[in-house]
Design a protein around this ligand. Sequence first.
Ligand code: AMP
Ligand code: MG
Length: 415
Amino acid sequence: MTNALPLNEAQNCVLQHCVPLGTENIDLLQSLGRVLAQEVRSNRDHPPCDISAMDGYALRAADLGVVPAQLAIVADIKAGDLPTLTVQAGQCVRIMTGAPIPQGADTVIRVEDTQAIGADKVQIDVSAQAGKDIRRRAENLRTHDVVLTAGTEITPGVLGILAMVKAAEVHVQRRPRVAILSSGDELEGLHDAFDANKIPDANGYALMAQVQALGMQPVLLGIARDDPAELRAKLQQGLQYDVLLVSGGTSVGVHDFVRPTLEQLGVQMHFWRVQMRPGHPAAFGTTAGSKIFCLPGNPVASMVSFEQIVAPALRNMMGHARLYRRTVRARLTQPLSHRPGNLEFMRVTLSRDVNGYLATPTGSQSSGVLLSMARADALLVVPNESKGLAAGDTATVQLLDGSVFQEHSVFSLVL
Ligand code: AMP
Ligand code: MG
């Protein structure tokens, strides 16, 4: 357990333990980003009958054998009407988008292709095939058909479908309750008095935002000093949550009490180190009811290890099938040095030219320089064995913004 685990093994390990937590019913209005826990069937045909796709005239296509043709307008039909008439040869009805097609009519001619002749006659200038500009009954939804399967992420479009089938309440996977704890004697809380010799707690808030970006509202437990009793009390509090994130104090320094205290509290640790940079001192443990992630104190390392290890775990707990941030290929605009032996995540901005994405490092790549992360659009993956990359070389980059995820980790793709 003292050896560093390759990142893909660390990811597999957390996914094995961080499984969906159960289901709940929630209001449709609060459901964006959640995952459906059951299939959804349509309770109606939509549209309920054949309707017009255009503003124009509904008529019999056979009447347009010779054009222009003049037809008698026998009715006006708008969306919401229930016409009972039958369109006869030589007749048409004026019809609005979404209005039911009356009996007898088999095509719609757009108003742009006609000329009014008085109030009750129209000249049609074009011919048409039967079925043109008609939206067929149930082309959108058919009664009893499964329209959404269990496991579907509720995107805005999915939410619209749920509203169509009148799912005012939806059955979804539960979200984990997440707590965040920062540890270190040197830390100054956001509302503590300013002390130039202290280190402001950035991790608690950056982690909070990373959790929020995944659609959860974490609880901030504040700062625990490097004092076994205080740390123990705070960790105990944190173990009441489904997930506890602790940053700092996880190394092997004499004041790093996180590891022994967790073990005293009965946490079973599964790994203590991960083969990646930044983020090497990342650890993971479990109790019967809680998953504990110990993240490095260095702010960039804390954020990068969250992205690689915690985010997929949280998404798995929420029931998502796509756990990993989207990756694309990008060309480097400048060389990058790299010592073989560690998978490395470089912080880059992305731009484009006609050949695709371009990646530019965001300055100092020290794991203490949080601005390198604050400025980044993406993490560029430098493989273990790489001896460095030249300007123009292509690499995999993991996009940091947005809500689009993919099924495959960076390992399943060309590195
Ligand atoms: P540690 O992992 O406790 O050895 O901390 C490594 C480095 O990260 C030290 O320079 C700490 O001051 C810094 N650090 C630890 N926790 C935080 C935090 N919550 N916010 C900002 N920096 C931190
Ligand atoms: Mg510390």
